[in-house]
Ligand binder design. Structure first.
Ligand SMILES: Nc1ncnc2c1ncn2[C@@H]1O[C@H](COP(=O)(O)OP(=O)(O)OP(=O)(O)O)[C@@H](O)[C@H]1O
Length: 545
């Protein structure tokens, strides 16, 4: 079972000690039964019950102590394991390649990291009680064996057959829960679509109804699989109850015909069997919970495996602590080629041969869908080259060094995300930071606090100005700008091309910008053009190509 494998593999607590305490709790629980049974038998015969009372007290004390330990330690440990799993998945996420993450999809990633881990943490108590019920069953079985070995054989036989049938039935539940999990991932994507495309949804009744219908269908499919699972579970519950009735009937009606001296022990046997019903019910209740938690553990494992397939780069934590700004003189793409793994025509870019020298301002033009953004992702090594290579200052960039290479870049992609907080940025003084907001003509709207922007609730053009400020603060040698000026008003667009870009150049930065603003092409040192994934140099002395 994936759930137990996960907990056993990831747990840092002493499992033998936990198992021993669970055995003590189960044993003392069964001891209470034996003591009470014995004392009840002694009642008619007279005599002191003092010893029984002391033993009873000791058994209850041992139960409370051990049970408390097991419940607290397990709850804490399950929470620790869940936290480590989440942290591990997030860590793998950050080490994964962009193309792989785009392929896996957000739904599965969100579900596994948030919902599935939560399911496991909610199962902690059920897990403990289920395991303890099993231990209790073992103790009660030992007790039963001492009273009447034949009864034990009969009980094991009946319960064995019932468990075998139950095990097969539970596979139906498992399959239904897995399908429900996948549908829920699809539902998540649809709801994300509704939220992200809320404006578009509100502006079109027809679109709204079509999107809602799609989401409702996914929700109905999720419910249908869950109902199937719940229906099967209800049937299993009734089956379990009937198994108990069969068991009691066998003890009372069949046993006397098998064992001649049975009448002397029938009451004790019956008490023991009745006592067994509680923990067996506990196991029956725990099994479905375990099935749900197990499906969650499998989803987590599936995501972890998918991310592992996608993990092609080593962790380079030391880069996060290196205060030196990375530098370069010359960057080359040699026969670099990339092909999208999905999409109707599996669009490809390249092979590209290109040399970029430090300090150059390069503009890239090209039609929609011609591959400009894909090229920027190749250049920044966000997409790995399927063929060819990136060479930095004469040295090929290998997987081991790809993160150090990416750290040369900063910028604003067309689908940029603006973090309100300055993560990983060596902040300039507040005075200088404020000067930047003034320079970007946004000081009236936003203040720069010691580690963040005071707000990011702004227009797209304004948010792009903040993203530009954040990129400048990053102080990287190469700045990537994907149609940055497209959302700026004519005044600021002119300022961008005539002041900001020359200023970046004066600072020694290399600027690589996708643009269609032909009025300002003169600000570029070089111009490249993308057409159907093929890059050509338009610069007059195209010596670099
Ligand atoms: N994540 C993806 N998965 C599969 N195919 C993709 C993906 N992203 C882009 N493509 C394909 O690559 C082609 C080029 O896309 P790209 O975003 O590079 O073009 P672009 O020149 O930047 O376009 P635009 O000017 O419209 O932004 C698209 O036509 C599309 O078919």
């Amino acid at each position: 079972m994936k759930l137990f494998q996960l907990l056993a593999r990831e747990s840092k607590t002493s499992l033998p000690r936990l198992g021993m305490m669970a055995a003590v709790a189960g044993g003392s629980n069964a001891a209470v039964l034996a003591i009470v049974n014995q004392a009840a038998a002694m009642l008619g015969k007279g005599g002191s019950q003092f010893q029984a009372v002391v033993l009873f007290g000791l058994a209850v004390f041992a139960y409370v102590y051990a049970q408390r330990y097991v419940l607290l330690v397990t709850a804490e440990e399950v929470e620790n394991v869940v936290h480590r799993q989440r942290q591990g998945l997030i860590d793998k996420l950050h080490r994964s390649e962009l193309a792989g993450i785009e392929h896996i999809g957000r739904g599965l990633i969100f579900n596994a990291i948030t919902a599935d881990t939560q399911v496991i943490s909610q199962t902690a108590n059920g897990l403990v009680l289920g395991v303890q019920a099993v231990i209790l069953i073992i103790w009660a079985a030992i007790y039963l064996a001492a009273i009447s070995p034949t009864s034990l054989i009969l009980v094991v036989l009946i319960l064995g057959i019932a468990a075998q049938i139950y095990r097969r039935k539970i596979l139906v539940v498992k399959a239904a829960l897995q399908k429900a999990g996948m549908e829920q991932g699809a539902l998540h994507d649809l709801v994300s679509g509704i939220l992200e495309g809320f404006k578009e949804v509100k502006l079109s009744t027809r679109r709204a109804y079509a999107v809602i219908a799609d989401a409702a269908e996914a929700s109905a499919r999720t419910s249908a699989f869950r109902k199937q699972a719940q229906g099967a579970l209800a049937a299993h519950f009734i089956f379990a109850q009937v198994s108990f009735f069969v068991l009691l009937g066998a003890v009372v009606f069949i046993m006397p015909t098998l064992v001649p001296s049975y009448s002397e022990t029938i009451m004790k046997t019956l008490t023991a069997v009745m006592f067994l019903i509680g923990p067996i019910s506990g196991v029956m209740t725990a099994v479905p919970q375990m099935a749900v938690a197990n499906a969650a553990a499998e989803n987590i494992q599936r995501l972890s495996d998918l991310l592992d397939d996608n993990l092609k780069e080593p962790l380079q934590e030391e880069l996060a602590h290196d205060p030196r700004a990375p530098q370069f003189s010359r960057l080359e793409l040699r026969h670099a080629y990339f092909r999208h793994a999905s999409g109707d025509n599996r669009f490809s870019v390249g092979p590209i041969n290109l040399t970029v020298n430090a300090g150059e301002v390069i503009f890239i033009t090209g039609g929609n869908g011609s591959g400009k953004t894909t090229f920027l992702k190749m250049l920044t090594a966000l997409y790995p080259c399927a063929a060819g290579e990136i060479v930095l200052d004469g040295v090929g960039v290998t997987r081991e060094h790809v993160q150090a290479y990416r750290d040369l870049f900063c910028g604003v992609f067309a689908d940029f995300h603006l973090f309100a907080k300055f993560y990983g940025v060596a902040m300039p003084s507040l005075d200088e930071a404020t000067r930047w907001t003034e320079r970007m003509e946004i000081a009236e709207k936003v203040r720069i606090l010691p580690d963040r922007f005071s707000t990011t609730d702004l227009s797209t053009g304004q948010r792009k100005r903040l993203a530009y400020i954040a990129a400048v603060f990053e102080n990287k040698p190469i700045i990537i700008l994907d149609e940055w000026a497209a959302d700026q008003d004519p005044h600021f667009r002119a300022k961008f091309y005539n002041e900001l870009i020359p200023e970046l150049k004066a600072m020694g930065k290399t600027v690589i910008a996708i643009t269609h603003d032909d009025r300002y092409f003169h600000q570029a040192d070089r111009r490249l053009h993308m057409d159907e994934g093929r890059l050509t140099e338009l610069t007059k002395d195209a010596a670099h190509e």
